[in-house]
Write a protein that binds this ligand. Structure first.
Ligand code: ADP
Ligand code: MG
Length: 679
């Protein structure tokens, strides 16, 4: 059986974790990050980028870079506020009222589920690479306020990514689980989650393995990114005052400014002051301009005062909703990268007067909890019993637009509830079952999850028919409803249609599309590897030629060397023209020649040893075998030291930094260095 991982599918960043030897481990991605930006982008060539690479070109390619997709998943177009729709890409309404995201580069529309699936796929691939075994399932977390559709859509995203979503759990529940708070009795926990774009606060009550979300609220337009924006504005205003240029109007400058602002914010979480240095940020007729300034933590806190104050609004509300006072809270759990900001921590501490739990990284704690849940499901983690609850009431609309509540909010799931219904009119031969979710009294004010008809009832006076309606809510909070006419035994069942914004055929299609992308990615990877192999063969052959020039100038004929040079050139040309056929041929010819020459050199060496005339030659032959590796490593080490020194200097002088980029070490430069030495 494949492994089950835990995934925190965040609005801004996503994280994957797994239980290894009984302990949760966060898996770093191939770029080295423990969190992966939830960003997908399509480059000029139509290549798909996911994560850091996609994020880095967001400002340059705004229409084809998709971020904060979580805002749209499982939502109807009408449910979105204007504010939520304000993204740099185009969001449109499709025929069914669902949301589609336009990708001009591919001339294609994506469902939010498909884009989320690309993030999930990347995380699953990283986990597979790390574990060396296939990952087949995942526990995915969602905000506590997510309704049925949003949960179902998240599940669909997993399916499109080719994995089985074993369970959907609430983010605050996962965070509490990571701290083992489920093992204590009757605790009231405040989970304070400041992410990149959203702020969520929840109060949970735990005990006997049961997590109950007492209240959850937040601000969907407030997150760490807003702090970055404040810094960007501060920098741009200052620059405008000094130089008269508005950097916000230049895409490339804005991208660099945004990256530098986030970096500064993150640094200020640990140090009191940070330098912001952006050489060549723009140019005027008089020449290039540079940005060079210092931001102090106190100054940062001052310019972010408004944001910090806004955090108090949901905080006050959550206590009111839960009918609790801050004094009654037993534990505080900090979640989200934004809670690393010292001023944010102070704010929480001041309110609750308790040291928050933060021994688990706040930006990883949700994924860790999800991994623990995955471990519970696969049997790797024992002695924890986790029960979740449904966040919203589910019921059936009855005559007059009222609701008959079958499953009240905070019911432990899985659960089954049934009720008996009848007709409202004489001779009514069918009934419509309209399923709604929410806390409002009138059906129309709640979310409609779906409706279906049970027909074929015998004509009778009103109130005589007996229809059993059964709600079956599974552990993921996904609902199926069955209606049975007691008299005829006629039964109809649906798994909530409204809950999934995609119908099954769309999901199937999306799965097929995702497969296509995966194939493209694989093909691309194969190609890159092929080019790399050809490149390294060229390098090896050149190395061999140099060695000959140095040590065997007289033993190997001039023609042989010329022949070798020709084969190298052939392969280089084939690489440059990206002609696969020519490349294969040139590669095998060159490979053959390299082998042949190596063999000759080896024989030569044996001869020399017999003669034992040239001790020096023996030495250089043995280094021929090792030199490639050692030399590269040494020169790289030296270069990187120099590089580091230059980086430090470049903070003061932008000009040096430019020379640095020209002298950045690379393998190619290595050969030039060797040349200087040998020729
Ligand atoms: P989400 O849950 O929305 O996907 P995260 O929990 O990963 O997001 O939080 C991302 C936010 O946290 C970003 O705005 C990022 O800049 C911020 N962040 C990450 N590390 C730090 C830090 N050390 N100090 C301040 N902010 C940080
Ligand atoms: Mg989060």
């Amino acid at each position: 059986m494949g492994k089950i991982v835990g995934i925190d599918l965040g609005t801004t960043n996503s994280v994957v974790a797994v239980i290894e030897a009984g302990k949760p481990v966060v898996i770093a991605n191939s770029e080295g990050g423990r969190t992966t930006p939830s960003v997908i982008s399509f480059s000029k060539d139509g290549d798909r980028l996911v994560g850091q690479m996609a994020r880095r070109q967001a400002v340059m390619n705004p229409e084809n870079t998709f971020y904060s997709v979580k805002r749209f998943i499982g939502r109807k177009h009408t449910e979105l506020t204007t504010e939520a729709k304000r993204v740099s890409y185009t969001v449109r309404r499709d025929e069914s009222g669902n949301i589609k995201v336009k990708c001009p580069r591919l001339e294609k529309d994506f469902a939010p589920e498909e884009l989320s699936a690309m993030v999930i796929r990347k995380l699953v691939d990283e986990a597979t690479r790390y574990l060396g075994t296939p990952v087949t399932g995942a526990v995915i977390t969602v905000p506590a306020y997510f309704n049925d559709s949003q949960r179902q859509a998240t599940k669909d995203a997993g399916k499109i990514a080719g994995i089985e979503v074993k369970r959907i759990i609430n983010e605050p529940t996962a965070a509490s689980l990571a701290y083992g708070l489920d093992r204590k009795d009757n605790q009231k926990i405040l989970v304070f989650d400041l992410g990149g774009g959203t702020f969520d606060v929840s109060i949970l009550e735990v005990g006997d393995g049961l997590f109950e979300v007492k209240a959850t609220t937040g601000d969907t337009q407030l997150g760490g990114d807003d702090f970055d924006k404040v810094i960007v504005d501060w920098l741009a205003d200052q620059f405008f005052e000094d130089q008269g240029v508005d950097l916000r109007k230049e895409r490339q400058a804005l991208q660099r400014l945004t990256e530098a602002a986030e970096k500064a914010k993150i640094e200020l979480s640990t140090v009191g002051s940070t330098e912001i240095n952006l050489p060549f940020i723009t140019a005027t007729a008089d020449g290039p301009l540079h940005l060079d300034t210092t931001l102090k933590r106190s100054q940062f806190e001052r310019i972010c005062q408004d944001l910090l104050e806004r955090l108090n609004i949901p905080l006050e509300k959550v206590f009111k909703d839960a009918k609790l006072s801050p004094r009654q809270i037993d534990e505080v759990v900090l979640v989200g990268g934004g809670t690393r900001i010292p001023a944010v921590q102070e704010l929480v501490q001041k309110l609750i007067n308790k040291t928050p739990n933060q021994s688990v990284n706040p930006d990883e704690v949700v994924a860790v909890g999800a991994a623990i849940q995955a471990g519970i499901l696969s049997g790797e983690v024992k002695d924890v019993l986790l029960l979740d609850v449904t966040p919203l009431t589910i019921g059936v609309e009855t005559s007059g637009g009222l609701i008959n509540r079958l499953i009240p909010r905070n019911t432990t799931i899985p659960t089954r509830k049934a009720d008996l219904f009848t007709t409202a009119e004489d001779n009514q031969t069918s009934v419509e079952i309209h399923i709604v979710q929410g806390e409002r009294d009138l059906a129309e004010n709640n979310k409609s999850l779906g409706r279906f008809k049970l027909s074929g009832l015998a004509p009778q006076p009103r109130g005589m028919a007996q229809v059993d309606v059964m709600f079956d809510l599974n552990a993921d909070g996904i609902l199926s409803v069955t209606a049975t006419d007691r008299r005829t035994g006629v039964e109809r069942r649906i798994t909530i249609k409204g809950a999934s914004t995609l119908d099954p055929s769309e999901v199937e299609k999306a799965i097929a599309d995702a497969e296509k992308f995966a194939e493209r990615d694989r093909a691309k990877k194969d190609r890159i590897e092929k080019l790399n192999r050809a490149d390294s063969l060229v390098a090896a052959a050149e190395r061999q030629l140099k060695d000959i020039a140095l040590n065997y100038a007289y033993q190997i004929s001039f023609e042989r060397k010329k022949e070798m040079e020709k084969l190298i050139r052939n392969l280089q040309q084939a690489i440059a023209s990206e002609d696969d056929y020519a490349m294969d041929r040139a590669q095998s010819e060159l490979q053959e020649a390299v082998y042949e020459l190596s063999r000759e050199l080896y024989e030569q060496k044996a001869l020399d040893e017999e003669d034992d005339l040239f001790g020096g030659i023996r030495e250089s032959i043995s280094s021929f075998a090792n030199r490639g590796k050692d030399d590269d490593r040494d020169s790289y080490r030296d270069n990187s030291k120099e590089d580091y020194k230059e980086t430090r200097e470049s903070r003061k002088s932008p000009k040096q930094s430019e020379s640095r980029s020209r002298r950045r070490p690379s393998i190619a430069v290595d050969y030039d260095d060797d040349d200087d030495e040998w020729v």
